[in-house]
Design a protein around this ligand. Structure first.
Ligand code: PMP
Length: 418
């Protein structure tokens, strides 16, 4: 399903947000004597008890190394690890677990594709097409690849709302384009990119498409087969799972044709001093002892999210975001950066004459956690001519009352500096 607009299901679905909040222990604390209002989930989301307990249980009862042992604990650890993979397969609606590679996060997923798919294939005259609103982790790996291969990096510009220019995309795509790499949801602007339409166009030009889903999977129902993504990657920690674990989905035939990214244990079937026979997918890409507990926690997180359903989560977040947008528009001196028609979760803003870091510091004293800076998207900052923004980002556990707390904090910021 194209998750571009809020679906009718999402608009209608209800989320029991008080119940959700009760399941996230870290939300129930005071910061500087004020109740914590956590509006920094785009950087990293808090964890529900289901995830914390899955990791705890794994370490208390089941831990051993995976895939190699004949003993009971190794078998349980392997089952738990592979259970995380199956949860990710279901979450993305991939056809097979052989297409689900565990990585450290979206950053590693993109680097893996750049080096293993791109490096042997690209050369002078080839082009990689990204967009102006990518996170650094979907820019720098392609710059490195272009330096290594002589290929050329191009990018699709955005307009002043933070939407990609479709005519420019069409114009930039050509038979020289070998790889299109784009975000599904922008971390700096919140723009939801119409990835399915863009994949269709990329395929018509003969390019493969890598989608950075780091900011999409907590908010949008992702179906890699409906999108027809060639590669799709995300990080566990932004979708309520542990840090240090993520997923790279790749179509079987593409992964099969790619050389390993790293060498070591686990990724082999046979080694002699002369040669190595690589393991089957997905293990060919998982050299060394993996992040087993991370995979267990990620599996629990993805099941947790699916349990509530992306429709209910997206509908709730959309209502809270819309409330925040309306409040921002009626706040003198406040300017939103990123006003795309289809947005998820992100409220990036400036306040006239006040540096974003000062906004963030005063808000922190009010117990409100927002992020300030360039959000690892310096080209977006350059487009809007700002060094940094303040960014409030929403998750399934945020409420309208917390948006009121944010705006009460913004009143304090203005009192302080004006
Ligand atoms: N892409 C986007 C859009 C992101 O927001 C982030 C994290 N801020 C990343 C990629 C990188 O994720 P990680 O650092 O978890 O690898």
């Amino acid at each position: 399903m194209e998750a571009n607009a809020l679906t009718a299901n999402a608009a209608a679905a209800q989320l029991d947000v008080e119940r959700v909040r009760g399941e996230f222990p870290a939300l129930h604390q005071q910061v500087h004597g004020k109740p914590l209002v956590y509006l920094d989930s785009a950087a990293s989301a808090q964890k529900p008890s289901a995830v914390i307990e899955a990791v705890d249980h794994y370490y208390r009862h089941d831990h051993a190394n995976v895939h190699r042992g004949v003993h009971a604990l190794s078998e349980r650890a392997t089952n738990a690890y592979e259970g995380g993979r199956e949860a990710a397969r279901r979450f993305l609606n991939a056809e097979s677990v052989s297409e689900i590679v565990f990585v450290r996060g979206a950053t590693e997923g993109i680097n893996l594709v750049a080096q293993s798919y791109g490096r042997p294939r690209l050369g002078v005259g080839d082009e990689v097409l990204i967009t102006e609103m990518e996170h650094h982790s979907n820019i720098v790996p392609w710059q490195l690849l272009c330096e290594q291969t002589g290929a050329t990096l191009k990018w699709v510009p955005i307009d002043d709302r933070g939407e990609l220019l479709p005519d420019e995309y069409q114009r930039l795509l050509s038979d020289k384009t070998r790889i299109v790499a784009m975000t599904h949801v922008s971390n700096a602007l919140g723009t939801i990119v119409p990835v399915h339409d863009m994949v269709v166009q990329a395929h018509a030009a003969g390019a493969v498409v890598v989608i950075d889903g780091a900011q999409a999977v907590p908010h949008v129902d992702v179906d890699v087969r409906a999108i027809d993504a060639d590669f799709y990657t995300f990080s566990g920690h932004k979708v309520y799972g542990p840090t240090g674990i993520g997923i790279l989905y790749g179509k079987h035939a593409l992964l099969e044709a790619m050389p390993p990214y790293q060498g070591g244990g686990e990724m082999i079937k046979y080694v002699s001093l002369e040669r190595t026979v690589y393991n089957d997918l997905p293990y060919k890409f998982e050299a060394g002892t993996p992040n087993i507990a991370g995979a267990v926690g990620l599996g629990a997180a993805l099941q947790y999210v699916k349990g509530y359903g992306l429709d209910a989560i997206a509908g709730h977040e959309h209502r809270v975001l819309e409330y925040a947008r309306q409040r921002a528009e009626s706040t003198p001196g406040m300017k939103l950066i990123g006003t795309a028609a289809h947005k998820a979760s992100i409220l990036s803003f400036e306040i006239d004459g006040i540096h974003p870091h000062d906004i963030g510091t005063v808000l922190d004293h009010e117990g409100v956690a927002v992020r300030t800076g360039h959000h690892c998207a310096m080209p977006v900052m350059q487009h809007f001519g700002v060094p940094a923004t303040a960014r409030a980002s929403l998750a399934m556990y945020n409420t309208q009352a917390e948006i009121d707390a944010l705006f009460a904090g913004i009143d304090k910021v203005k009192e302080w500096f004006n």
